[in-house]
Design a protein around this ligand. Sequence first.
Ligand code: 1Q0
Length: 213
Amino acid sequence: PADNQKFSLQEVLDTFKLCLSENKEVYLEQYVAGWRGLVKFLNSLGSVFGFISKDAVSKLQILVNYMNGENASHYATVQSMVKYELDNNLVDVNKKESHPESGCRTLLRLHRALRWLELFLDRLRTSTEDSKTSALCAEAYNESLAQHHPWMIRKAAGMAFLVLPGRQTFFEVMNVGPPEQVVAKLGEALPLISEVYQITEDLYAQHNLLDLP
Ligand code: 1Q0
């Protein structure tokens, strides 16, 4: 049904809430589900963002394939995935060789994008009525993901940002009610996203995985 395609910030918030286990491991299933919700949102913004959502979807699919594959049990959490792939030499560490699509390198791309999301949502939350979403988005991007992207992609991303809807429309698509409520929801969502980000960041740093090719 069409409703299935409808984005709700609450839904994304809920999945990110469910991401963390009691001992602070990150469940892959919820992580992927959170991203799926965000991709839904991106798709609702129009086809200019197609090249971004396509890349996100293909990365989510790579992870889903592992999660449903013969080694599914090792792909329950980000922690178990990292351990399993490293212990079994399934990660290309210096350059792409026999494992160009490891779960570790694939998740790292989404992880970097999560930092962008964190910065962008925080800017949206503290923005004023006359703020330009395209500027907020570009600032967040330049501070995070852009540093990992080649010139061509930065250029394409920059052009896509220009056609982002205004703040009011943006808030409406989030489906949580009046602007004050959106701001409150964002305030609720951010610590959750930050925590998931930080736990993953620490784990990757600890295993020297932050620059995987
Ligand atoms: C709202 C505007 C969305 C803007 C998204 C900013 C990210 C721009 C990224 C553009 C690059 C995409 C093209 C492919 C790049 C790949 O080369 C790159 C590296 O992968 P690889 O295999 O070549 O090494 N891929 C990535 O960096 C992954 C990028 C994933 C981006 C996923 C973005 C999903 C967007 C969600 C919209 C969220 C809306 C926020 C508001 C909702 C409120 C909760």
